[in-house]
Design a protein around this ligand. Structure first.
Ligand SMILES: CC(C)(COP(=O)(O)OP(=O)(O)OC[C@H]1O[C@@H](n2cnc3c(N)ncnc32)[C@H](O)[C@@H]1OP(=O)(O)O)[C@@H](O)C(=O)NCCC(=O)NCCS
Length: 346
């Protein structure tokens, strides 16, 4: 019998504080018009005083656990996709595990914006092999801490958020059907933080040169993103014996609406096949795909039995995609329409 990881719980946390394009235009030489025209972003959330990577992740996780009808002690594994930890050591997964009151193993995957899909594939492996039953996969970023608010080419693009899913086994025709993970380290310097690591440790010079902030070659990353969105979508669907046209919904990494529109045009896919929330949150890195998935479910865009394609891309340069079939039984998505937290039966 084919055992797969199946999504049975979902939750999100976005900080209350909204930073609009107009707010940014007061800080750097930009405009709402430029940002909307080039990226589709209108606003993003930024962490409030009390928001930490741990607190945001825990809030999203608690919601996901409630939807799945699980308690923290039921968890066998916590995987956290994150590149903006509260502290350099230990990994944020440990703080999150403790805050949730879980006693299972926990670790962090640092694969930039692709991290959560890497986490989904990893959680799927532990479930498929029969090792674990209940796996929590969180994507969380306080990316605003790594933004140079004097650099208009990067600071307008990102926002903070957290989202989480619970994975449990199923032997039905549902769950993670296929995935692809990729890395091209030869192009790593196109999106990186040059200072603060062991090669170029924190120093006055690093701070003066603003090397502790994200640097990006936007055009190079945009070309890579476009190519990978198309090729990864094609390859994960081909593995599943379908084409991108057969997908009920596509959840692309929410980095830039223009990249998504361009890929859709090249693939001959209508834009209404894509779930979009980049206008509200900008690029929330590892939180981007799960946040879009959670909102798609909560807005009723996902029906029982739907087949969803997800593709992420980002620093590394990395990419990751997965085809996931949602619960095939009506009861499993019963709470989609706002009926509160319904225990999921699989
Ligand atoms: C960043 C990005 C939107 C820039 O769009 P673009 O059309 O490539 O713009 P360019 O970089 O060619 O810059 C064009 C001009 O706009 C300017 N510009 C850049 N950011 C600006 C901003 N926020 N406001 C106003 N002008 C801006 C540039 O300085 C440049 O001016 P110049 O011609 O006088 O030098 C685009 O490259 C992109 O989306 N890249 C991928 C980013 C991404 O998704 N990264 C994360 C991946 S996980």
């Amino acid at each position: 019998m084919n055992r797969r990881a199946h999504i049975t719980g979902w939750g999100k946390y976005v900080p209350e504080k909204v930073l609009t394009n107009h707010d940014l235009a007061q800080i750097v030489d930009t405009s709402d018009e430029w940002i909307v025209e080039r990226t589709g972003i209108r606003e993003r959330r930024v962490r409030g005083e009390n928001d930490t990577t741990t607190s945001m992740a825990a809030a999203a996780a608690r919601e996901a656990l409630a939807v799945a009808g699980l308690e923290p002690e039921d968890l066998d594994l916590i995987i956290v996709a994150n590149s903006s930890p509260d502290y350099l050591l230990p990994s944020p997964a440990n703080f999150i595990q403790h805050t949730l009151g879980a006693s299972c193993p926990a670790f962090t995957i640092a694969a930039g914006c692709s991290g959560w899909v890497y986490g989904l594939a990893t959680g799927h492996q532990f479930i498929q092999t029969g090792v674990y039953e209940n796996v929590l996969v969180i994507g969380v970023e306080i990316i605003s801490h790594a933004l140079d608010y004097t650099d208009r080419t990067t600071c307008v693009l990102f926002g903070d958020a957290a989202a989480a899913v619970v994975l449990q086994p199923t032997t039905e025709d549902a769950g993670v059907m296929t995935f692809e993970l990729g890395s091209d380290g030869s192009r790593a310097h196109n999106l990186w933080v040059p200072g603060g690591g062991t090669v170029n440790p924190v120093s006055q010079k690093v701070v003066d040169n603003r090397e502790h902030y994200i640097r990006m070659n936007g055009q190079e990353v945009a070309r890579f993103a476009m190519r990978k969105l198309m090729s990864c979508l094609s390859s994960i669907t081909a593995q599943a014996g379908i084409t991108p046209h057969d997908l009920d919904l596509i959840i692309p990494h929410q980095a830039n609406l223009r990249i998504i529109e361009s890929a859709a045009k090249h693939l001959g896919l209508p834009m209404d096949k894509f779930f979009i929330n980049v206008h509200k949150y900008a690029n929330t890195s590892a939180a981007s795909i799960p946040l879009a998935l959670v909102e798609a479910i909560q807005e009723g865009r996902v029906k029982p039995g739907d087949t969803i394609g997800m593709v992420a891309f980002g620093s590394g340069l990395s990419w990751a995609g997965a085809v996931v079939r949602m619960g095939v039984r009506e009861t499993e998505l019963a709470h989609v329409n706002g009926n509160g937290h319904v225990k999921v039966s699989i």
